[in-house]
Design a protein around this ligand. Structure first.
Ligand code: PEP
Ligand code: MG
Length: 579
């Protein structure tokens, strides 16, 4: 038995045999052809582009039907690239001038093109290298240079283990219905592979570094996508524990219909607001379906991470409008762009930074790119006339940033009023508490805002000084550290004293292990990825607030993460079974 920690990107626990995929790059041997063979090779190149483009268009259409346009748009880059004449011409030129075989010319060109992305400083752009590899594989397949691993004939369920997977491979794996989840050496939480896995509900752990070296096909694997853990060949008792957990999750899923209409209310009558976290407007429907009563976090930076120039005010307005229409009168918290760190947009020049997570990130970036920021605020303010919209600023670490951001917002609203827009209802403003500085000064921030939302993903990384995306220190990254719990307690207390509503929207909010504690700490609004809502609601409905407060008091007496986790496991098991 061995346990490996990586980055959980899609909730759920699955247990099955491993299937190790060979996804290592295949080198196409250098091959030149006779002069009379050249027309044939050129024809092969043309056909490969046409076939790959048709294939992608089909898959994109199919994916859009199943999972919405935004997710399918991940393949927009592939489609545009394959329909662009320039790369095709350059490859053809290599065939003509150097007499390269079609396969070799494609592979040389694509490798060079991919290297350009891999050498970029932004992890987001580096990830695009994977999309290029995806295209290369397709082209090579169509010229007969690379065999595809056929998965359609799988007879029993498996968990796929690979060095890395391209977005197309994730879609293909999910389509087989036999692949229950996957685990990869490479990858980060913002990669397209991760976003697709989450969107398609495929439990996955990425960034495991060397999982392929430890697993052979046929080994039994547990993939716990919620906690980012993979267990290799669990012993009998562990296997039983994970089987129970997986069965529990399935049970909860099965009772979903029943749960959806029921309130998220404790046994002693306290109602908890459960909201959804989204990246794209199409996910609103999924959240509501799972029982959300609104959206507590709309991460808008993904709009800026698509190919091409950043969306202008009108394009953004249309996106926000569609989210508001989908949410149907419930609240929608729109977070302004959280760019920088590992999320760099493709348009314009991007200055590499030594410590991007401590650099020009998030609200700092917005305040230095006022044209972009103002366009976003204008779009949000205009959209706010259509529903219960609230605006939220990310990564505020000092009061002056909040004041500046509010100043820009007020300016924008005045401009809009001058052009005839009437703001008859207030546009509530909130900040994310994601740094120890913000948590410590929560009272001051609360006095000048309508709400605070605790972003534990960043709060943990900045408090414990652990990079949330670095698999080498993943075991040090935990919401159970007493420092985090005390910070949350302080924010809830200080926010409450200043009449600001306090909610939580980091991953911790959706982890059922912490539900009782969070309620005990006084949180009444939890915002999470759609998939976690039913499980969390189930727990809420099984407990009383009096018990939750007792649990909180006990947890606050602990000195170590281990004690906290062990105790919460026991308490959660009492009401809900194994976790
Ligand atoms: C957080 O930091 O907890 C959060 C919700 O923001 P993001 O995960 O988008 O950084
Ligand atoms: Mg954050």
């Amino acid at each position: 038995m061995a346990l490996k920690r990586g980055i959980g990107v899609s909730a759920g626990v699955v247990v099955a045999d491993a299937l190790v995929l060979d996804t290592a790059e295949t080198r196409v041997p250098r091959r030149t052809v006779a002069a009379e063979q050249i027309p044939h090779e050129l024809d092969l190149v043309d056909r490969a582009f046409a076939a790959a483009a048709a294939e992608i268009a089909n898959e994109r259409q199919e994916l859009s039907k199943r999972a919405g346009n935004e997710l399918a748009d991940i393949f927009g880059f592939h489609e545009r690239w394959l329909n662009d004449q320039k790369p095709r011409k350059e490859i053809a030129q290599q065939v003509e001038s150097r007499r390269y075989s079609a396969a070799y010319a494609i592979s040389v060109f694509m490798r060079k093109y991919r290297r350009r992305f891999q050498e970029m400083a932004s992890p987001f752009l580096q990830e695009r290298g994977k999309d290029v590899l995806d295209i290369e594989r397709r082209l090579l397949h169509h010229v007969g240079g690379e065999a595809r691993q056929e998965l359609s004939a799988l007879e029993s369920p498996v968990i796929v283990v690979a060095h890395d997977l391209t977005p197309s491979q994730v879609v293909m794996l999910e389509k087989t219905k036999k692949v229950l989840g996957f685990a990869t050496d490479a990858g980060g939480s913002t990669s397209h592979t991760a976003i697709l896995a989450a969107g398609l509900g495929l439990p996955a752990v990425v960034g495991l570094e060397d999982i392929t070296a430890h697993v052979s096909s046929g080994d039994t694997l547990v993939v716990d996508g919620m906690h980012g853990v993979v267990v290799i060949n669990p012993d009998a008792s562990q296997r039983a524990e994970y089987d129970t957990q997986a069965a529990h999750l399935l049970e909860v899923k099965a009772t979903l219909g029943e749960l959806r209409g029921l309130p998220a209310q404790t046994r002693d009558g306290h109602t908890i607001e459960l909201l959804g976290n989204i990246e794209f407007p199409t996910e609103v429907a999924v959240c509501l379906e799972q029982g959300a009563t609104g959206i507590g976090l709309f991460r808008t930076e993904f709009l800026f991470l698509q190919d091409g120039p950043p969306p202008d005010e009108e394009a953004q307005y249309q996106v926000y409008k569609s989210a508001i229409e989908a949410v149907g009168g419930h609240p929608l918290v729109i977070r302004t762009m959280d760019l920088g760190g590992d999320k760099c947009h493709t348009g314009g020049a991007w200055e590499p930074e030594k410590n991007p997570f401590l650099g020009l990130r998030s609200i700092r970036y917005s305040l230095q790119h006022l044209t972009m920021f103002r366009a976003q605020l204008r779009a949000i303010a205009r959209a706010s006339l259509l529903g219960d919209v609230r605006v939220m600023f990310p990564l505020i670490s000092r009061i002056m940033e909040l004041r500046q951001a509010k100043f820009v917002l007020n300016l924008v609203k005045e401009e809009l009023e001058e052009s005839g827009y009437e703001f008859t209802r207030p546009l509530p403003v909130g900040v994310m508490v994601e740094t120890p500085a913000a948590a410590i000064c929560a009272r001051e921030l609360a006095r000048e805002t309508d709400f605070l939302s605790i972003g534990t993903n960043d709060l943990i990384q900045y408090t414990l000084a652990v990079d949330r995306g670095n698999e080498r220190v993943a075991q040090l990254y935990t919401p159970a550290d007493p420092s985090i719990i005390r910070l949350i307690r302080g924010v809830v207390r200080d926010g409450g004293r200043c009449n600001a509503k306090v909610s939580i929207c980091g991953e911790m909010a959706g982890d059922p292990l912490f539900t009782i504690l969070l309620l005990g700490l006084g949180l009444r609004t939890l915002s999470m990825a759609a998939g976690h809502i039913p499980v969390v609601k189930n727990i809420i409905r099984c407990i009383t607030m009096t018990d939750a407060e007792k649990v909180k008091r006990r947890v606050l007496s602990f000195e170590t993460e281990r004690e906290v986790l062990n105790y919460l496991r026991v308490e959660t098991r009492k009401v809900w079974g194994d976790l």
